[in-house]
Design a protein around this ligand. Structure first.
Ligand code: PLP
Length: 415
C-alpha cells in the first residue's frame, strides 16, 4: 500500500505500530555496522595462502631479487597482472603500494601545479552519488567539485560535455566505471565512447580518473561488460586524458594488496618523474606474492562472489518485501561491486540514519556520497552489506527498513 494513499487515521495507526517496533529494537541494545565496504573475514581467509607463498624464492626470471631496492614501475610479472585488471598493455602499468587511493592522491598532486597555472580555480566533475574518498582528495587540494547526476548508462554525458566545453577551469572527473560506488552502474558502451572523445572538448590537461576498483568484482556468472576506454581514447588520439586505477584490496587483503595505475607512455613517464624523489621502489616482495597467488583471478573472484552474493540477495529480499509497494524508497540491484544505493522519495535520509544510529545500527552518514557531504535531496543512503555476517545483516536491514517507514509515515502525517 502506497504511503501517500493512506488517510490520516491509517497513517497514525501505522505510526503507532512502527513506533512500538522501534521501542522493542531499542531494548535489544544492538551494535551493528553497515558503513564501510570491507571484505568479510571469510573473504580475507580466501587469500591466506599468499602468506608464505614465496617460500624462500625471491628471484624473478630475469634474476632480479625482489628483496632489494629498485624497479619503481613494478616487477614485470605484476605489471602483467595490472594489465589484466586495467585491460591495457602491461608496459603502460605502474604497480604501486597497497592503495590505489594513494596513487590517485599522488596523481592529482602531480597535476595540480599544471592546472593551477591555467586557472585560478581548479574544478572537478563528480558523478553523484559517488565515493566519498574521491571527494576528500579534491577537498584536500582545494579543488572545487561540481555534481553530475547519473542516468541509465552512467553519468549524464550531455551535461559533462557541455560543462567541460563552457568552463576551462574543469580539469578532471572521477569515474568508477564498473559497479560504481555506490550506485552499481556499469558505464554503457556509448558513455565510454563519449569519454574517449572528451579531451577534444576539455583540453590536453584534462584527466579522466577512471577508478576501476570493482573491475573483477562480479556477483554473477554473466557479468556486466565495460568497454575499453584506453583503446578508444588512443584511437581518438586522446590517450593522455585517461588515467586508470585498480587494486587487489578486495581480491586478496584489503590494506595489504597491490595497486595499479595505467596511463599513456607520456603520462607514465611524467608520473614516474614525480615519484622518484619520494620512493626508490614499491614493495616488490608483495608484488611477487600476488603474482604467485593470483594465477586465476576469475576463479578466485568466484569464491568471493559465493560469499557475498547471498548478502546482496538478502538486501534485495528485505528491501523489496518491506518497501516495494510503499512508494517511499527505491534502490539499486547491482551485478557486482560492494554497495547497494538507496534513495528515499522524501528528503529524510539524515533522519533515517540518526534514528537507526540511536538503536545501534550504524549507517554511512547521510550526504557522505556527495561532495562536501551535502546531498541536495537528502535522500541517498549507501548500504554496505559485505562485512557483517548474515544474521547481523538481517537484523540491521530490519532496523533500516523500519526507520525508513517510520520517518516517512511521520513526515506524511505532518504534511
Ligand atoms: C571506488 C573505490 N576506489 C578505491 C577504493 C580504495 O581502494 P584502495 O584500497 O586500493 O586504496 C575503494 C574502497 O572502497 C573504492 O570503493
Amino acid at each position: 500500500m502506497q504511503i501517500n494513499s493512506l488517510n490520516p487515521e491509517q497513517l497514525r495507526k501505522r505510526q503507532t505500530e512502527l513506533a512500538a517496533r522501534y521501542e522493542a529494537v531499542k531494548a535489544a541494545s544492538l551494535s551493528l555496522d553497515l558503513t564501510r565496504g570491507k571484505p568479510a573475514p571469510a573473504q580475507l581467509d580466501l587469500a591466506n595462502a599468499i602468506d608464505g607463498i614465496l617460500d624462500g624464492f625471491y628471484l624473478l626470471q630475469d634474476g632480479t631479487d625482489v628483496r632489494n631496492y629498485g624497479g619503481i614501475l613494478g616487477i614485470p610479472e605484476a605489471r602483467q597482472l595490472g594489465g589484466q585488471f586495467l585491460n591495457i598493455d602491461p608496459g603502460l602499468v605502474l604497480v604501486g603500494g597497497n592503495s590505489s587511493l594513494a596513487l590517485m592522491y599522488q596523481y592529482v598532486a602531480h597535476m595540480l601545479p599544471t592546472w593551477q597555472r591555467q586557472t585560478d580555480t581548479v574544478r572537478f566533475l563528480c558523478p553523484v552519488p559517488g565515493y566519498d574518498r574521491h571527494f576528500a582528495i579534491c577537498e584536500a587540494f582545494g579543488i572545487e567539485m561540481i555534481n553530475v547526476p547519473f542516468v541509465d548508462g552512467g553519468p549524464d554525458m550531455d551535461q559533462i560535455e557541455s560543462l567541460v566545453r563552457d568552463d576551462p577551469g574543469i580539469k578532471g572527473i572521477w569515474c568508477v566505471p564498473m559497479y560504481s560506488n555506490p550506485t552499481g552502474h556499469t558505464y554503457s558502451d556509448d558513455t565510454v565512447a563519449r569519454f574517449a572523445k572528451l579531451a577534444g572538448r576539455a583540453g590536453p590537461d584534462f584527466r579522466i580518473m577512471w577508478d576501476n576498483a570493482y573491475a573483477v568484482h562480479h556477483l554473477y556468472d554473466q557479468p556486466d561488460r565495460l568497454a575499453n576506454l584506453m583503446a578508444l581514447a588512443t584511437e581518438a588520439a586522446n590517450e593522455d586524458s585517461v588515467v586508470l586505477f585498480a587494486s587487489t584490496s578486495k581480491v586478496t587483503f584489503a590494506g595489504a594488496g597491490i595497486a595499479f595505475l595505467g596511463a599513456s607512455g607520456r603520462n607514465l613517464a611524467a608520473f614516474e618523474k614525480f615519484l622518484v624523489p619520494q620512493v626508490i621502489g614499491f614493495d616488490k616482495v608483495n608484488q611477487l606474492r600476488h603474482v604467485r597467488f593470483l594465477t586465476d583471478v576469475d576463479a578466485h573472484m568466484k569464491l568471493h562472489a559465493d560469499i557475498i552474493r547471498p548478502k546482496f540477495e538478502l538486501v534485495e529480499k528485505k528491501l523489496s518485501s518491506a518497501l516495494a509497494d510503499k512508494g517511499i524508497a527505491r534502490w539499486s540491484r547491482p551485478n557486482g561491486g560492494y554497495f547497494v544505493s538507496l534513495d528515499t522519495s522524501a528528503p529524510i535520509a539524515d533522519r533515517v540514519v540518526a534514528l537507526a544510529s540511536a538503536v545501534g545500527v550504524k549507517l554511512t552518514p547521510a550526504g557522505a556520497t556527495f561532495p562536501y557531504g551535502k546531498d541536495p535531496d537528502n535522500s541517498n543512503i549507501r548500504i554496505a552489506p559485505t562485512f557483517p555476517g548474515m544474521t547481523d545483516l538481517d537484523r540491521a536491514l530490519d532496523v533500516l527498513v523500519l526507520c525508513i517507514e517510520l520517518v516517512a509515515v511521520s513526515r506524511a502525517l505532518r504534511e
